[in-house]
Design a protein around this ligand. Structure first.
Ligand code: SF4
Length: 333
């Protein structure tokens, strides 16, 4: 481990941000995708004959998750899912409902969005996320054969023109080399990227990466530290899976602002969730919100105060009850 690099990055973080750490929930609206061939992605392993629109979650389930996130003090990392699930009108209608709950604009990640559609969604979104994954052109061609970078680059340019924020994703461990940092740096500068999500490869069953090694914490931390030192104000999110919670304190010391990828509702209140909060403290940060204690709020009243039709409110309450049941059971074990 390059201790000096991490110490330097930590100092840069301390000079530019508060000593807190946020959990950011990525809310997925589907488990299918019409592109479906990115070689690292879980959605590429789903049955091809499945009609992608049928893989969409119900509005009630999605909206219940937004309510939970708000009450638990989680930020919304982004609203996302596979490509080809919504028509623009369907997405706009859903975004309208979402911000009734969040009371603030959200990040959206639904593939490359054209400028006219960005204008359409702009009353509801603070920014867009380009799932760029890697900037190395040869590697990108291999891992995202049907998802070229150019449309994302055009989206970043349009977003800049419209005053929207721009975020990108980067997955460590797919075959990039440290020399590729230069390409990443140039890309961030060129497209005035405000935020980056730095994930580590999850070797998904049924993908070419099935038997690949997961990146080490030192490797993921190296990329975060370089980003922090080169871009002191950049918002950096680190993705951690439940098999690598022990990475967290190092990734935070390397300069990450927030955490994502953790299955926060399913594993809420478990020892793993407690460990996330402990790792944050170990890194000298206080954890904002909770992954371990269900807040004592009147969920019925929260739902009843929303300006939705009664039928939708009833469905949301049912879904909310299902989430809370698991979370309470975990917390009481
Ligand atoms: S476009 Fe996104 S969701 Fe679809 S296969 Fe590729 S990475 Fe997965």
């Amino acid at each position: 481990m390059d201790t000096l690099l991490i110490e330097k990055a930590e100092k840069v973080h301390q000079s530019n941000f508060k000593s807190t750490v946020l959990f950011e929930r990525a809310i997925f609206f589907s488990w299918g995708c019409s592109i479906g061939d990115c070689t690292f992605c879980y959605m590429s392993t789903q049955p091809k004959e499945k009609i992608v629109k049928e893989t969409k979650r119900s509005d009630a389930s999605l909206l219940a998750e937004f309510i939970l996130a708000k009450q638990l003090g989680w930020d919304i990392g982004f609203f996302t899912g596979g490509i080809g699930i919504f028509t623009p009108l369907e997405l706009e209608e859903l975004l309208k409902k979402i911000i009734v709950i969040t009371e603030e604009k959200i990040w959206l990640s639904v593939g490359p969005i054209t400028k006219p559609l960005l204008i359409k969604y702009s009353p509801y979104i603070r920014g867009i996320v380009g799932s760029t994954e890697t900037i190395n052109p040869e590697l990108h061609q291999v891992v995202c054969p049907s998802k070229p970078l150019a449309p994302y680059e055009r989206m970043f340019e349009s977003a800049e023109e419209l005053g929207l924020e721009k975020a990108m994703t980067f997955i460590v461990g797919m075959g990039e080399t440290r020399d590729d940092f230069l390409l990443l740096k140039e890309f961030i500068v060129k497209y005035k990227i405000n935020k980056i999500h730095v994930y580590g490869l999850i070797p998904q069953k049924g993908t070419p990466f099935e038997n690949a090694s997961r990146p080490t914490k030192e490797e993921q931390a190296w990329w975060i530290a370089q980003l922090r030192i080169n871009f002191p104000k950049l918002d950096i999110q680190c993705g951690i899976w439940e098999d690598r919670i022990d990475y967290l304190s190092l990734l935070l010391k390397a300069g990450a602002n927030s955490i994502s990828k953790f299955k926060a509702t399913k594993l809420f209140g478990t020892d793993i969730a407690k460990q996330i909060e402990e790792e944050s403290v170990k890194a000298g940060r206080s954890f904002v919100g909770t992954l371990t204690k269900v807040p004592d709020v009147d969920w019925k009243e929260i739902v009843s105060n929303l300006s939705f039709e009664q039928e939708l409110k009833d469905e949301i309450l049912v879904k909310l009850g299902q989430y809370l049941k698991t979370m309470n059971e975990n917390s009481n074990e």
